[in-house]
Design a protein around this ligand. Structure first.
Ligand SMILES: *Cc1c(COP(=O)(O)O)cnc(C)c1O
Length: 467
C-alpha cells in the first residue's frame, strides 16, 4: 500500500519522465503526419480489447499505458490535421496551442470566477476582446469561450431569446436557411423553440426574409432573430450579410452570425471584404479549433453588448441557495465569466489561443488563413481549366465543390471512394443544388499545391477509369 498521502501522486522524477515521453510522442505525431495514412479505420471487433476491458482495480505502469494509447487507440482515427485531409473542416492544430492546454490542465485553475482565477479570467477577457477586434466588432464587444461552435451558438441564441422575447418565448420566430449547421438547429431545440418557431428558408434573400417576417407578424407571431451563416459547412457560402443587417435594423431583429467555420477569414483582407456586414452583427460565433488552428476544444461567442450575456446567465436569476459561493463574488468592475454562459467550471481554454496568437503573432495566422483561401482559388482555377470537371460551388472560404462532368451522382460517389483509397487523401461528397458533388476544404496550411494537384489528378483518373 503506498503512502496514504500519495495515493494519486508520482515521484517528481517519474512525472518528468512521463511528461517527456508524452511530449516526444506528440512531437513525433505532429512532425510525422504526412508519413501516416490520413485515416485508419477500425471495426468494433478490432477495438474489442479496448471496449471489453474490465475496471482496472490494480495499477498498471503508466509508461506502458501511454504507449498503449498512442499505439492502439489514438492512431485508429481520422487525422484531421493531416495535409491530405480535405474532408469535414480540417483542424491543423499548433504546438503552442497544445502546450497551452497542458498548462491549463496542469495548473487547473478555472477562469469562471474572478476571485477564483483572476489571471486566467483576464486572459479569457483580453483574448475574446482581440477576437472581437479582429472580426471588426466595435470597442466594448466581448464574449466567452465554449467547448465549440455548438455551445457557442446555443449561448448566443439563448441570450438573444431572453433579450428579445423575455421570459416567455411563446410565438417567437427565428429565420435561417436550410444550410444551417445541424448543431445550431439542435441548439434551437435545446433552448425550447418548437419546430414551428424555426423558419427554415431555402435561402436568406433579405426581401424574402422580410416578407416572412411581415407575414408572421400579421399572424400575431413574434419574429426576433435572423440567423445568418458566414461560411456554411457544406459549401462555404455566405448569406447576404449587408442586406440582412439592414433588414434587422429596420425590423428590430437580432442578427446572429454563425461563423464557426468562416469568421476567421475576416483576419485577411479579402476575407474581410467577403464578410462585409459581419461587424454589424449582434452576436457572432467563431470556432478557434477550426480555422484558428487550435486543438479541440475551443469555440467562442462574441456579442456587441456583453451585458446581454450577463442578464441571461447570471446565477442570481435562478432561485438557488448560493451562500457557499460568497467567496467567488467579484468586486465591482470585475467579471465572473461563469455568469456569461452556460458552463460553470471551465478549463482555461483561452490560454492556448493567447499563447499561439502571441507566440506566432497574428500576422502568421493571417498568412496561414490567406494560404487556405489561395489553395481553394488554385483548385477552382484547375477545375475551370479541366475539360472533365465542373465547378459547382465556391471557391468560398476555403471550400470548393466540383463534379466530374456529365457523370451521375453514383459516379461522383465512386470517384470519392477511389480517391480516398490510396490512404493519403480524404475528400468528401456533399449535395449542391440537389446533386452530389466532391467537396474539398483546403484550410490546412500544411497542405501544399502539389498535394491538391495530385488529388485533382486522382479525381480525373478515377472518372476516366469509370466512364
Ligand atoms: C463546425 C460548425 C458548427 C459546430 O461547431 P462545433 O465546434 O463542431 O461544435 C456550427 N456551425 C458551423 C457553420 C460549423 O462549421
Amino acid at each position: 500500500m503506498p503512502d496514504p498521502a500519495g495515493w494519486l501522486d508520482l515521484p517528481p522524477d517519474r512525472m518528468r519522465e512521463l511528461g517527456h515521453q508524452v511530449v516526444d510522442l506528440v512531437v513525433d505525431h505532429l512532425t510525422g503526419l504526412r508519413d501516416q495514412p490520413v485515416r485508419t479505420l477500425a471495426t468494433q471487433d478490432e477495438l474489442r480489447h479496448v471496449l471489453d476491458e474490465p475496471v482496472p482495480e490494480q495499477p498498471t505502469d503508466p509508461g506502458a499505458l501511454i504507449a498503449f494509447l498512442t499505439a492502439e487507440v489514438l492512431p485508429r482515427s481520422l487525422r484531421l490535421g493531416h495535409p491530405g485531409c480535405l474532408a469535414f473542416i480540417p483542424s491543423a492544430n499548433n504546438f503552442l496551442g497544445v502546450l497551452g492546454d497542458l498548462l491549463a490542465a496542469g495548473f487547473n485553475t478555472s477562469p469562471g470566477a474572478w476571485p477564483v482565477g483572476a489571471g486566467p479570467a483576464a486572459v479569457e477577457l483580453v483574448t475574446a476582446r482581440w477576437l472581437a477586434g479582429l472580426l471588426g466588432l466595435p470597442e466594448g464587444s466581448g464574449g466567452v469561450f465554449t467547448p465549440g461552435g455548438a455551445l457557442a451558438n446555443l449561448t448566443a441564441l439563448a441570450a438573444a431569446r431572453d433579450d428579445r422575447l423575455g421570459p416567455d418565448a411563446t410565438g417567437g420566430v427565428l429565420y435561417c436557411s436550410d444550410q444551417t449547421h445541424p448543431a445550431v438547429l439542435r441548439a434551437c431545440h435545446v433552448i425550447g423553440l418548437r419546430q414551428e418557431q424555426v423558419r427554415i428558408l431555402p435561402a436568406m434573400d433579405p426581401d424574402m426574409v422580410r416578407r416572412e417576417v411581415h407575414a408572421d407578424r400579421t399572424r400575431g407571431l413574434r419574429p426576433f432573430l435572423v440567423l445568418a451563416n458566414a461560411g456554411t459547412t457544406g459549401t462555404g457560402a455566405i448569406d447576404p450579410l449587408p442586406g440582412l443587417v439592414a433588414l434587422c435594423r429596420d425590423e428590430r431583429l437580432w442578427l446572429h452570425v454563425d461563423g464557426a467555420h468562416g469568421a476567421a477569414a475576416a483576419l485577411t483582407e479579402r476575407g474581410r471584404k467577403a464578410l462585409r456586414g459581419l461587424d454589424e452583427a449582434d452576436s457572432v460565433v467563431i470556432d478557434p479549433h477550426k480555422w484558428l488552428f487550435q486543438p479541440y476544444e475551443i469555440g467562442c461567442v462574441l456579442v456587441r453588448d456583453p451585458d446581454v450575456l450577463h442578464r441571461a446567465f447570471t446565477i442570481d436569476r435562478f432561485r438557488a441557495q448560493t451562500g457557499y459561493l460568497a467567496l467567488s463574488r467579484p468586486a465591482e468592475a470585475e467579471t465572473n465569466l461563469s455568469d456569461h454562459g452556460v458552463q460553470f467550471t471551465t478549463a482555461s481554454r483561452a490560454l492556448k489561443l493567447w499563447l499561439s496568437l502571441k507566440g506566432f503573432g497574428v500576422a502568421a495566422f493571417r498568412a496561414a488563413i490567406d494560404h487556405g483561401l489561395d489553395q481553394a482559388d488554385h483548385v477552382a482555377a484547375r477545375v475551370r481549366e479541366s475539360p472533365e470537371l465542373d465547378l459547382v460551388a465556391g471557391p468560398a472560404l476555403g471550400i470548393v465543390c466540383l463534379r466530374h462532368r456529365g457523370g451521375t451522382d453514383d459516379l461522383q460517389a465512386a470517384i470519392c471512394r477511389d480517391v480516398n483509397e490510396d490512404g493519403r487523401t480524404l475528400i468528401a461528397t456533399t449535395t449542391v443544388d440537389g446533386a452530389l458533388a466532391l467537396r474539398l476544404c483546403t484550410i490546412n496550411p500544411r497542405t501544399t499545391q502539389a498535394d491538391l494537384d495530385r488529388v485533382l489528378a486522382a479525381i480525373v483518373d478515377a472518372g476516366r477509369a469509370r466512364s
